[in-house]
Design a protein around this ligand. Structure first.
Ligand SMILES: C[S@@+](CC[C@H](N)C(=O)[O-])C[C@H]1O[C@@H](n2cnc3c(N)ncnc32)[C@H](O)[C@@H]1O
Length: 211
């Protein structure tokens, strides 16, 4: 029998990377741009004693941001269609005593219950991982998951000037055009002083707000 070849559209493609511990995209900790915004109180919405803002991370991988933001008082939903990183994330959250709603889900088939629910979405390296022909659809899904007035923080990497992936390069203008089509307005765009040194020249932060 012929062996099936998996593509980026299949969870098995990503699962095999996690099984082999071959995940060069993983930063090993929370993304310094997102955690930096929070530390500087420049985050669009800050948690308080009376409110834990909802925050979703699509294509969360091993989920360092999920753990970090849950510890900081956000109600985190972390999604990945590969089961291995979600299992690892659940184990770690339990060990560290934090609550993360970690789910094995395809972003293209999110449950209706997530619609219009999120105050924040953190997007990092899922857009670049999906089939480019589905980018517009993906941004539409993110927009539909945000509540009105909610914010999408897209740290666009690897921007188009970098030839290699992982696995596809991305153009910030294309991000913006897709976002506008789905009712997301640009609030801020530019490089971030907190970028990981190895990636600084290759990423752009865009903060969108849902109308
Ligand atoms: C390049 S990795 C980045 C992971 C994580 N964002 C990070 O920075 O470490 C892309 C991730 O997106 C996940 N992914 C790709 N397509 C997906 C989809 N349609 N639904 C859910 N997760 C997806 C993959 O399983 C993988 O964990």
């Amino acid at each position: 029998m012929e062996k099936k070849t998996y593509t980026v559209n299949d969870p098995e493609f990503w699962s095999s990377h996690y099984q082999d511990e071959n995940h060069p995209w993983d930063l090993g900790g929370s993304n310094p741009v997102f955690s930096g915004l929070l530390a500087k109180e420049q985050f669009p919405i800050m948690p308080s004693e009376s409110y834990a803002p909802s925050l979703m991370i699509p294509g969360c991988g091993l989920g360092h941001d999920a753990i970090h933001f849950a510890k900081e008082g956000f109600a985190v939903t972390a999604i990945d269609f590969a089961k291995e990183p979600i299992e690892q994330l659940k184990t770690r959250a339990e060990e560290e005593g934090v609550s993360v709603d970690a789910r094995v889900l395809d972003v293209f088939s999110l449950p209706e219950t997530l619609k219009d629910t999120q105050d924040i979405i953190l997007e990092y390296t899922c857009f670049c991982a999906i089939d480019p022909s589905r980018r517009d659809e993906y941004v539409g899904v993110l927009s539909s998951t945000l509540r009105k007035g909610g914010h999408l923080l897209a740290l666009v990497f690897p921007i188009w000037d970098r030839k290699e992936g992982p696995p596809y390069a991305v153009c910030p203008d294309q991000w913006e055009e897709a976002a506008k089509r789905h009712g997301l307005q640009v609030k801020q765009r530019g490089p971030s002083e907190d970028s990981h040194p190895a990636r600084a020249a290759h990423e752009t932060l865009i903060i969108f707000q849902k109308e």
